[in-house]
Design a protein around this ligand. Sequence first.
Ligand SMILES: Nc1ncnc2c1ncn2[C@@H]1O[C@H](COP(=O)(O)OP(=O)(O)O)[C@@H](O)[C@H]1O
Ligand SMILES: [Mg+2]
Length: 243
Amino acid sequence: MQDNADNIPIVDFHRVHLKYDQGPTVLKNLEFDLKRGSFHFVTGESGAGKTSLLSLMYLDQRPTSGRIQIFGQDLSQVPRSKIPYLRRRIGVVFQDFRLLDHLTTFENVALPLWLAGMKEAEIRRRVNEMLMWVGLERNMRAYPPVLAGGEKQRIAIARAVINRPDLLLADEPTGNVDDEMANRIMYLFNELNKQGTTLLIATHNQEIIRRNDKPRFHLSKGNLEYIPAPSQMYAAQTQGGTR
Ligand SMILES: Nc1ncnc2c1ncn2[C@@H]1O[C@H](COP(=O)(O)OP(=O)(O)O)[C@@H](O)[C@H]1O
Ligand SMILES: [Mg+2]
């Protein structure tokens, strides 16, 4: 594969439109990329298209027109049979969690490691450590249907990050947990980012945006506006503001 070159963006959108068959045009002419190892938030009101944007990167949704490349591969050229391999490099925290109800908490989180062929002892070690981190060690044997929303959300997060994906897409990942847990989750995401994972996080949480000095993409009326990190804006102002 050619995508190890540092200069190839992890995600690259070129003139991407999305209009649902029975619905509105949600995304208009999007043009942006995500560099390897970058960390961005996605903001915008409810209905602005944040979930739709993430679903395009995960091949849950196809664009109406335009070109999307992930890891240097044009998604329109990826054969159906190869989609699972591509998806294994992407961790996703879905807004509606999408846990497997017939698997326990432990099994849901272990699944990506089983699929990757990791040894059982190593899986147990990693999953136990992760469940401790997100405060689910006592729910290890429970099935998702009996758990609360915040617990399911933490399973979804643990499952998405357990295999240290190349790209992490998280859709309102702290929407169902308290502030302390939200900070723990952000710590986890920052650690993952330090190890090289590219992150894109859709969030409404102003406190999280304020505490994490990251650039963001703001969606409004189908358009995407790039907003630099607060420290970048400050630096630009003190240097005279020209690029
Ligand atoms: N599968 C779908 N079919 C038709 N319309 C959809 C579908 N998914 C989302 N929409 C519509 O697209 C718009 C953007 O939705 P969404 O991407 O979920 O926004 P957000 O995540 O920012 O709240 C909304 O108007 C929503 O009703
Ligand atoms: Mg959404």
